[in-house]
Write a protein that binds this ligand. Structure first.
Ligand code: ATP
Ligand code: MG
Length: 362
């Protein structure tokens, strides 16, 4: 059988630096675990603009459609701040998400014990935390019509519309239940069915889809209570399913429970394709970090954990993903720290490449 294919888009800023460590990890899996990928590398963002005058070339878009999964570093940077909106680096990423129709955004918040003191919460509240937020990404109040600023009775009125179709709720709910089947079989769905019509429909459709996943436990929570519970007792959750707007807020909140931006991976998934795999784009949550670019200071762990998510969710290699995550856990426990993981008491940080070295050794 042919190897699964990966399209790697390192992008801008620290993107290529952290992605170089992922490429070493990928090579390791080929060497040591007999798990090889056909890897192709291409340009996105400012790097693509410099080469082609567009942040995402049509050929690259076609490669993304054809690949079994896409892995992206980061896009953007001060060099591109003055570009026309239509060719901004971020537009390359938006085009990928839109044309691949990636409606399900997976944001894990995992707290490695060695870093539990980075959280703004008490250690015992977050230590061992491992939750996953599934955020609907392509509909809801960010896209619903009518939207705009209109004139009404002699004053302006700003309008957004929270709008969800049954089909949109159905597919993201399915994605959350599928995910729950690979985790701890628990989903908590968050909306505001007490005050929003879209919330009423959301709850109804999620409940209906749940009937097809009898092994998964489903609970519902109003999103405001969910926000409170996330900072009060986050370990009560496993998979949280929510809409675009609430998910934007709740996933940032959950991310900061872990306290460190350089550690957070993400995945955006779409419909299951002919290859039996969802369309998928994996990327670290952090941006291009222009302030530390080119200094080998970047923490590659978020990008490496994004590849672990690809192993698990695109390639059905949960055990290998766990192997990689355990290596990350081990080096952190052993005290390996890039600059972003240094506490106030300091110490000497290791470089991006050294972090890659110790993870490979582990
Ligand atoms: P963007 O607009 O691309 O999201 P941003 O400036 O909002 O950029 P980041 O690029 O994520 O956000 O950077 C925020 C801060 O976190 C910066 O100081 C950056 O150096 C730091 N940072 C981000 N990612 C990492 C990383 N992988 N390792 C170390 N520090 C990081
Ligand atoms: Mg940012």
């Amino acid at each position: 059988m042919a190897n699964p294919s990966l399209l790697i888009l390192p992008g801008d800023g620290i993107g290529p630096e952290v992605m170089a460590e992922v490429e070493r990890v990928i090579a390791w899996f080929g060497d040591k675990r007999d798990l090889s990928f056909d890897v192709e590398t291409d340009l996105v963002g400012g790097a693509a603009y410099d080469a082609h005058g567009t942040p995402l070339h049509d050929d690259t878009m076609a490669k993304a459609h054809a690949a079994d999964a896409v892995l992206l570093g980061a896009v953007g940077g001060p060099a591109y701040d003055d570009l026309d909106f239509s060719v901004k680096p971020e537009r390359g990423l938006l085009r990928l998400r839109k044309e691949m129709d990636l409606f399900s955004n997976l944001r894990p918040a995992q707290c490695f014990d060695a870093l539990a003191d980075f959280s703004s919460l008490k250690r015992d509240i977050v230590s061992g935390l491992d939750i996953m937020i599934v955020r609907e990404l392509t509909s809801g109040s960010y896209f619903g019509e009518p939207r705009g600023i209109f004139e009404e009775d002699g004053q302006r009125v700003g309008i957004n519309t929270q709008r969800y179709t049954e089909a949109e709720i159905d597919r993201v709910a399915r994605s959350a239940f599928e995910l729950a089947m690979r985790r701890n079989k628990r989903v908590c769905s968050m909306e505001k069915a007490n005050v929003m019509e879209s919330g009423i429909l959301w709850r109804e459709v999620v409940t209906k889809v749940h009937a097809e996943y009898p092994e998964v436990g489903l609970s519902h929570m109003y999103a405001d209570n969910g926000a409170m519970q996330l900072v009060r007792a986050p370990k009560q959750f496993d998979v949280i399913l929510t809409d675009n707007l609430f998910g934007d807020i709740l996933s940032d909140c959950a991310a900061m429970l872990t306290g460190s931006l350089g550690m957070l991976p993400s995945a955006s998934l779409g419909a299951i394709g002919e290859n039996g795999r969802p369309k998928a784009l994996y990327e670290p949550v952090h941006g291009s970090a222009p302030d530390i670019t080119g200094q080998s200071k970047a923490n590659p762990i978020a990008c490496i954990l994004s590849f672990a998510m690809a192993l698990r969710y695109s390639f059905d290699q949960g055990a290998e993903a766990a192997r990689l995550e355990a290596a990350v856990e081990k080096v952190l426990a052993d005290g390996a720290r890039t600059g972003d993981l240094m506490g106030p008491d300091g110490g000497t940080p290791i470089s991006t490449i050294q972090m890659g070295d110790v993870i490979l050794a582990a």
